[in-house]
Design a protein around this ligand. Structure first.
Ligand SMILES: CC(=O)CC(=O)SCCNC(=O)CCNC(=O)[C@H](O)C(C)(C)COP(=O)(O)OP(=O)(O)OC[C@H]1O[C@@H](n2cnc3c(N)ncnc32)[C@H](O)[C@@H]1OP(=O)(O)O
Ligand SMILES: NC(=O)C1=CN([C@@H]2O[C@H](COP(=O)(O)OP(=O)(O)OC[C@H]3O[C@@H](n4cnc5c(N)ncnc54)[C@H](O)[C@@H]3O)[C@@H](O)[C@H]2O)C=CC1
Length: 309
């Protein structure tokens, strides 16, 4: 396909690393995104180590993966329950967990990070792992909004660093944005494209520009919707109904914001408004700030714009 061969400006290092066939993946962050990526990677035959800060989060993540695999199987193996059960068991066998990323990266072809949307924390993570991972290992970030170049700057493997941006819920959403910085090697980029393809996803090539393609368009939309509600121009419910029925979107913008996580939306907008203080598109919202301060982060905490449970 045309976008698979699209050439992006990239550099080559002296490293002799050629195309890496990604089989063993370490995924760091077992939240909504990390667990979803782990599920898809494991069910497409990759060996996955999922890393988070404590065992309780990892147990919850694996339980979530099992539950979501059951949803997949219900449809995919509707008439073959035994094959469905086998599919689930095989996928689960491909997943192991750890609270110590440093001790598991040795065997990894790809280290993919899906932790909190904070540049310093991501840099600290990759900076540490750079010293421990083998030379051939590719590093990638699932960041929604941070420059891949800035995250990669904490490492000495700029040619083996790229972006792999998945969408929530990962098992359902078909897109992956593959991001090359000016230093990402062609081999690394091709390996990331091939990996996305193996996961059954469609890829688009992105430059390392703020929000890549999707979020550069989606986030201003969500923020304008919140400002519309703050101005009193419509109720949340009416705005959601309007966008679902008027535009055919599967979720209204408030439902989607709660689904993505209001903390993640705020992290993204904080970065962009600091970098573009005079651009009203990136202006802050008092309501969003208040909800996040109250710990109302959306579906994952039981309340955001709406209440869940
Ligand atoms: C912030 C960023 O950086 C980038 C982003 O991710 S932005 C967010 C992008 N995501 C979106 O825009 C999501 C928009 N919403 C949707 O597409 C849909 O509402 C939705 C797929 C989330 C749910 O769809 P729904 O019809 O309301 O609910 P539901 O019936 O439960 O799910 C639809 C199907 O998906 C499956 N599904 C939903 N979540 C799943 C999961 N986590 N794992 C596996 N399957 C899942 C269901 O089993 C169901 O499958 P069938 O059709 O085969 O029965
Ligand atoms: N929520 C969404 O819709 C999307 C989010 N993203 C991006 O993916 C990343 C993760 O987002 P979510 O999964 O929604 O967040 P989340 O809050 O659900 O999960 C983040 C996980 O990372 C863990 N974590 C934090 N610091 C860590 C560290 N140093 N080491 C190991 N684990 C650590 C946390 O304990 C938590 O379990 C963010 O960069 C976000 O911007 C990308 C696409 C969509």
């Amino acid at each position: 396909m045309a976008f698979f061969t699209h050439q992006i400006c990239r550099g080559f290092s002296s490293s002799a690393v050629r195309n890496v066939v990604i089989k063993h993946v370490t995924i760091i962050g077992g939240g909504q995104m990390g667990a979803g990526i782990a599920q898809v990677a494991a069910s497409t035959g990759h060996s996955v180590t999922l890393v988070d800060t404590n065992e309780d989060i990892l147990k919850k993540a694996v339980k979530g993966i099992e539950g979501n695999l059951k949803r997949v199987v219900k449809k995919k193996f509707a008439d073959k329950p035994e094959a469905g059960e086998e599919f689930i068991q095989k996928a689960l066998q491909n997943v192991s967990t750890s609270t110590d990323a440093g001790s598991v990266v040795q065997g990894s072809d790809l280290v993919l990070e899906a932790i909190v949307e904070n540049l310093k924390i991501k840099q600290d993570l990759f900076g540490g792992l750079d010293k421990l991972a083998p030379a051939h290992t590719i590093f990638a970030s699932n960041t929604s909004s941070l420059p891949i170049t800035d995250i990669a700057s904490s490492t000495n493997r700029l040619d083996r660093f790229g972006g792999l941006h998945f969408f929530n819920p990962v098992p359902v959403m078909k897109l992956v944005e593959v991001i090359a910085t000016s230093a990402t090697s062609q081999e690394t980029f091709d390996s990331l494209l091939n990996f996305s393809k193996k996961l059954g996803k469609t890829s688009v090539s992105c430059k390392d520009t703020p929000g890549f393609i999707v979020n550069r368009l989606l986030l201003p939309y969500i923020m304008e919707v919140i400002r519309m509600y703050e101005r009193g121009d419509g109720s949340k419910e009416d705005i959601d109904i309007a966008m679902k029925l008027g535009c055919g979107y599967p979720m209204g913008p408030f439902e989607l914001a709660d689904y993505v996580g209001l903390d993640t939306i705020k992290f993204i907008m904080d970065g962009w408004s600091a970098a573009n203080p005079d651009n009203p598109v990136f202006a802050q919202s008092e309501l969003l700030t208040k909800l996040v301060a109250e710990g109302k982060l959306g579906k994952k905490t039981g309340e955001g714009f709406y209440k869940y449970k």
